[in-house]
Ligand binder design. Structure first.
Ligand SMILES: Nc1ncnc2c1ncn2[C@@H]1O[C@H](COP(=O)(O)OP(=O)(O)OP(=O)(O)O)[C@@H](O)[C@H]1O
Length: 264
């Protein structure tokens, strides 16, 4: 069974000037342990997709099922229950949005464990800090007292601490400098290798290409391609995907290989 199954999702925003149709008949599925990248340019609807999956934006049509539960009609209490079961967590581009500014690092990390009624909270926190390479001395700091890279690692640590089966990542490395970006991407790869399913949403094909099993390309609110990463990179079908690939210098032809490993 799919861990995440999105079927024919439509989302509109109401604006003073009328309705804006942002997602059109989007279908996407994620199996347990799979990493899927969603790539699209600014305004293509990526954040709307993430926010709709998390129940923060209401869909006008379609179905979203997480681990078999239809989440469209869940109430906040039921969402908390889903998180308590350790099924889904999330990391946004701006960690100040995924972290409570009034909670210390210690409390931010302890909160999901307390909700879960977990035992050995301090031990789990120390283990996760080591995993995301953060110093214990930061535990008493507030998010506003951390660097951007440290903050994002706290947000990743918080998302992982309950060992969720699915993590939604909306531009998780876009606000980071290149050293921090590499470190957080490495961390996400470790997570993928440990069997967590990741939905990695980004405008940056370069970040997603090295980690995703499959890439879905979102263009003007529609998924125009959804295939294994190597196929999308080596033989893009949609003109927009071709344009995207040309714009990423690190995906030079010599680096691109067919699924059999033969240079394209
Ligand atoms: N709350 C809202 N109300 C009205 N329109 C919105 C709202 N949020 C987003 N939009 C509009 O919906 C469209 C898609 O926005 P969305 O944030 O999903 O795009 P995105 O692909 O994540 O872009 P970016 O990469 O710039 O974050 C845009 O035209 C945006 O202006």
């Amino acid at each position: 069974m799919s861990l995440l199954e999105i079927t024919d999702l439509d989302v509109h925003y109401r604006r003073r000037t009328g309705r804006l149709h942002v997602l059109r008949s989007v279908s996407l599925s994620l199996s347990p342990g799979e990493t899927v990248g969603v790539i699209g340019e600014t305004g293509s609807g990526k954040s709307t997709l993430a926010r709709t999956i998390l129940g923060l934006v209401k869909a006008s049509a379609g179905r979203i099922a997480i681990d078999g539960t239809d989440v469209a009609s869940l109430k906040p209490r039921q969402w908390r229950e889903l998180r308590r079961r350790g099924v889904v967590q999330y990391v946004f581009q701006d960690p100040l949005r995924s972290l409570d500014p009034d909670l210390t690092v210690l409390d931010s990390l302890a909160e999901p464990l307390r909700i879960q009624g977990a035992a050995g909270i301090r031990d789990k926190i120390l283990k996760i800090l080591a995993r995301v390479r953060l110093d214990e001395a930061l535990l008493d700091r507030l998010p506003g007292e951390l660097s951007g890279g440290q903050r994002q690692r706290v947000a990743v640590a918080r998302a992982l601490i309950t060992e969720p089966r699915l993590v939604l990542l909306d531009e998780p490395v876009s606000a980071l400098d290149s050293a921090n970006r590499v470190q957080v991407l490495e961390l996400l790869k470790e997570l993928r290798d440990a069997g967590t399913a990741l939905l990695f949403i980004s405008h940056d094909l370069g970040s997603v290409a090295g980690i995703a099993d499959r890439i879905a390309v979102l263009y003007e609110g529609e998924i125009v391609e959804d295939r294994p990463s190597a196929d999308v990179i080596n033989a893009p079908v949609h003109p927009y995907t071709r344009k995207l690939i040309r714009s990423v210098p690190t995906l030079r032809r010599a680096d691109r290989r067919t699924p059999e490993g033969i240079p394209a």
